[in-house]
Structure formats: C-alpha cells, structure tokens
Design a protein around this ligand. Structure first.
Ligand SMILES: [Zn+2]
Ligand SMILES: [Zn+2]
Length: 252
C-alpha cells in the first residue's frame, strides 16, 4: 500500500512564506485567500477530494494575558472545508479578526490511502512593528493592568510626537505628564474588560489599535490642562475629552 508524502501546500494571495516557513503575517481584519492541496505519493493531484479545515486562536497570544471567554479567531469561508479541483487544491478565504494574536488554520483529508493533515500559522498583528515608549524624564508610564502588561506601544512617529509634547509641557510647567493606555505590542483591539464597563475582546477602547493613540489622565496635569491641550494641538495631535483623560490621536 502506498502512503502519502507530506501533502499540503499552503499559498496565500498576499504573501508567500520564506522557504520552509509556515508562518504568515496578516494585518487586522485582512482577508486572505488560501489553498489546501492534496497530492499522492508521486505528486499527482487528487481531484474531487473533500478537505476539512478549522481556524483557532492561541490562548494568551497577542499580548493579552487573559483568555476568558474564548476569543473569536475570525472565520473561514467556506466554513468547514471544500473539494479539491483538478489541480488538487481546495480553495478558502480567511477573514482575520481585529484582535491581534497567533492563529492556526488546520486542514485535513481522509484520502483513499490514508489520513493527511497540515496547518499554517497566521500572526494577526500590525506591521511594520510598533515600538515601546522608552522611559524618559518628561513623562511617566501609568495604568498598566495585569491583563495587558505591555500597553505603551506605538508607531515611531506617534512616539516621537508624544515625547516632544511632554518635553515642552515639562519645560513650561515642571510637571511630569502621565501616559496611560497606548497600544499593545502587536496592536489590535485593546479591550478593557468588565472592570472598566466593557467586555473582553471588544469596546470600550474603540481605537488604540494602530499605535497612534495615547490616554493622558488629567490628574497629572495639575492646573495646566488647557496648556497641555494647546501644546498637543501645536504638535498636530487631535484631542478628545474623556471624563478623566485626554484621548490623543498622534500624527504618524
Ligand atoms: Zn485583552
Ligand atoms: Zn483613548
């Protein structure tokens, strides 16, 4: 009885992996076409072969140190699999979630000569990579919560502007501004959870996904809230007034 060699060949419409790699990157909410192909032991495509697949999210991935309830991994279409064509390939589409993390698309088939399986890893994350806000004298990083131990990441441009704003505010007032939530290291939905009146994996943080937002609590600004606002606007940041903090959108 013949047996199958490693059979699946993954391809996407957006990016080919390096030779031998099984990991792809996808932006938040990206739509990726993929193929799951089945060949026999001499490399001949198996036609009309049902192929099944599933997508799942790795627990605690994407810098979320919480895992309840289970997050949505996005979804596949067709949902549970497809049939191979003359080229031996079944075609599907992955609709990525906007929660950053490691996702696995697994596929398998019960062929005439046995069971075959393979998988592909998709890292859903913002790229180019976000950078961590460095420690620096004119500001202090505040508000880190155990569910998101790393929460001060942003684009290079956003970090640069935030530093210039805080430098100027410190020079004029002698006060060290506090910087609360920015973005997670891989970006994506920054969920605040029930303690803050929200739900895991969803709002209230509706932005903070792409490394261009920072929350500045009023309590570190003393009587100089208006001055902070003027300085931020001068540096082309947009401000939104929340109950206890400024929500900044920084130029990239
Ligand atoms: Zn989270
Ligand atoms: Zn905010």
């Amino acid at each position: 009885m013949s047996c199958l060699n490693r059979f699946m060949l993954w391809m996407t419409a957006v990016a080919m992996p390096l030779p031998g790699a099984v990991s792809f990157r996808a932006q938040l909410g990206e739509v990726i076409d993929f193929l799951a192909c089945v060949y026999d032991d001499v490399g001949y495509p198996l036609q009309n072969q049902p192929v099944y697949w599933i997508v799942s999210a790795a627990a605690f991935s994407g810098f979320h140190s919480h895992n309840q309830p289970i997050r949505s991994p996005g979804f596949l279409s067709p949902a549970s699999g497809s049939i191979t064509g003359a080229d031996g390939c079944a075609r599907g589409t992955y609709f990525a979630t906007d929660v950053a993390g490691v996702h696995w698309i697994e596929a398998w088939a019960y062929t005439a000569v046995g069971f075959v399986y393979d998988y592909m890893e998709v890292q859903v994350r913002v790229f180019p990579d976000l950078l961590e806000l460095p420690n620096y004298y004119p500001y202090q990083k505040v508000g880190v919560q155990p569910e998101h131990p790393l929460s001060h990441y942003g684009t290079f441009g956003a970090l640069f502007t935030l530093q210039r704003i805080c430098e100027e505010f410190f020079q004029r007032t002698g006060m060290i501004a506090g910087i609360n939530d920015m973005s997670l290291p891989w970006g994506g939905r920054f969920d605040l959870g029930p303690r803050y009146g929200g739900q895991w994996w969803s709002a209230p943080h509706s932005s903070h996904m792409y490394g261009r937002n920072a929350d500045i609590p009023y309590r570190f600004l003393g009587p100089y809230r208006d001055l902070f606002e003027q300085i931020a606007i001068k540096h082309r940041a947009a401000l939104y007034f929340e109950s206890d903090h400024f929500h900044l959108t920084l130029p990239d």
